[in-house]
Write a protein of this length. Structure first.
Length: 480
């Protein structure tokens, strides 16, 4: 669903209903800073801070970023340095507490499990973020947008209170270059380390090959798989083989991109189907094929509890109700190089005029690529940053064509757009699945909105589906 769309409110609502609510862990440090800059409406962040097990750390972060009266309208949000392989202590603490607060709030008031979703491509914040979520008792860690082979071992170490490390992908690095990211929870504890329960790990994959690879080569136990088709929102796996585009410029997926469910069943671990499974019929189909359930994003993204801006929700739900919602699988938009689903909506970044008018800037940097510099250090570049800067770092000018700053756009989606020169706010860019228009089915009795409970009730349906109480419907924070 994107940064902050599957927020603590939505995850809590879904988990209270006995399903698995999942918060997006991506860029939570920036989300927290902007919530605090806006004055912590409702006092929810304060509740999370008060529950954090390291009170001195919580006090430092609170005093640094909380603005009791909220920042003045039309003024910029505070800036936070972009992440590096060796982050400052303050940035690591911010990662820990932001993930803790989100999971804590999602778990508040009920006893059911809550999950957190990360992107393998966004590697720099992984270790401290996962530890923060584990401090809050997260029950599941989900990860896709790459091959997260090393995450199970990271979770094992953190649950045991041991140091963890993660190999950063660095373009052009030599075998001798140190590219490891390291985190030792003992360096941050105030007293004895809390005893933590190991969350289950679910890998998000798009093919039988990747599913088998995860189970055979992962550094620890993989508890299940989420099988995501290219119709899902957010980032999609590239088509296998040579890239071909259809008449309007979208990647063409073929038989090689389809998953053999019979082969999945042989792997012996539970799996969930994702991408176009947001209906009772598709849930029934998944269960009949041997799946443990389904993962649903788009339907929940437009529910009243989601973090998506109200004006964007209303416009896109109205389009869905009229059957005119359009989603474009953009092969260029994401700096990752992965195809990215974009809802077509005038006045947003999907509008060519809006995109052309935006001045390129890279100040969040979650999707930057790490690369080896000529002097043996590690630098960072993004194909959506100013073209001259990217080329000066060894990037190709061709790779900048059509790229969009997803980091800033997705913050704008949830009501935290950065303000630029002359008071201009960053434009939003909404990502949804190909089944956008199906969300109209959740509107009842002439209403213009619906709740997470409406979605769950519709998915469970009646008869044999409702009786399958063992299943978990994963409301996932899918992709940045």
């Amino acid at each position: 669903m994107g940064v902050g769309v599957s927020n603590w409110r939505l995850a809590q609502a879904v988990s209270r209903l006995g399903q698995l609510g999942v918060v997006s862990g991506t860029a939570l440090d920036q989300v927290l800073v902007r919530r605090l800059a806006d004055g912590d409406e409702g006092g929810h962040m304060r509740r999370g801070f008060d529950a954090f097990p390291f009170p001195e750390m919580a006090r430092r972060i609170w005093n640094e970023y909380f603005q009791p009266d909220g920042k003045a309208a039309g003024t910029p949000y505070p800036t936070v340095p972009m992440h590096q392989r060796r982050d400052s202590r303050k940035l690591i603490e911010l990662l820990m507490i932001s993930n803790f607060v989100e999971v804590f709030l999602a778990r508040d008031g009920h006893i059911n499990k809550v999950g957190v979703n990360f992107l393998e491509k966004v590697q720099l914040p992984h270790l401290a973020s996962i530890y923060g979520a584990m401090l809050a008792g997260v029950g599941y860690v989900l990860m896709g947008a790459g091959i997260p082979l090393h995450i199970p071992g990271v979770i094992d170490n953190l649950a045991a209170g041991k140091p963890a490390e993660y190999k950063l992908a660095v373009a052009g690095a030599t075998a001798e270059q140190d590219t490891m990211i390291r985190f030792d929870p003992r360096e941050y504890a105030e007293g004895l380390l809390p005893v933590l329960e190991r969350p289950k790990f679910l890998a998000i994959v798009s093919s039988n090959t990747l599913a088998t690879t995860m189970l055979r080569r992962a550094s620890g136990r993989v508890d299940g798989l989420i099988i995501e088709s290219p119709t899902a929102g957010g980032h999609n796996a590239p088509p296998r083989g040579k890239l071909q585009l259809d008449a309007i410029g979208q990647p063409v997926y073929g038989e090689r991109d389809k998953v053999d469910v019979a082969e999945l069943r042989k792997l012996g671990v539970p799996f969930w189907m994702a991408g176009g499974y947001g209906s009772a019929g598709k849930l029934r189909e998944a269960l009949e094929e041997g799946a443990a359930g389904v993962q649903v994003g788009t339907a929940f993204a437009f529910s009243e509890e989601s973090g998506l801006r109200l004006d964007l929700k209303k416009r896109l739900v109205a389009h869905a109700a009229s059957g005119i919602g359009q989603v474009f699988t953009d092969p260029l938009a994401s700096p990752t190089g992965f195809p990215f689903k974009v809802a077509q909506l005038t006045g947003t970044y999907s509008d060519q005029g809006v995109a052309a008018a935006r001045t390129r800037v890279c100040d969040l940097g979650y999707l930057r690529e790490a690369y080896a510099t000529q002097d043996g250090k590690i630098g960072y570049r993004c194909s959506a940053e100013p073209e001259a800067a990217y080329v000066a770092k060894g990037g190709s000018l061709e790779d900048t064509v059509g790229r969009k700053c997803l980091c800033n756009a997705l913050m704008a989606n949830i009501g935290y757009p950065q303000t630029r020169n002359q008071g201009i706010a960053e434009p939003p860019l909404v990502t949804v699945g190909d089944d956008l228009n199906t969300v109209a089915a959740f509107l009842k009795d002439g209403k213009e909105s619906y709740t997470a409970a409406d979605v769950v009730a519709s998915l469970l349906g009646t008869g044999e589906v409702a009786a399958a109480s063992r299943m978990e419907t994963v409301s996932a924070a899918i992709h940045l």
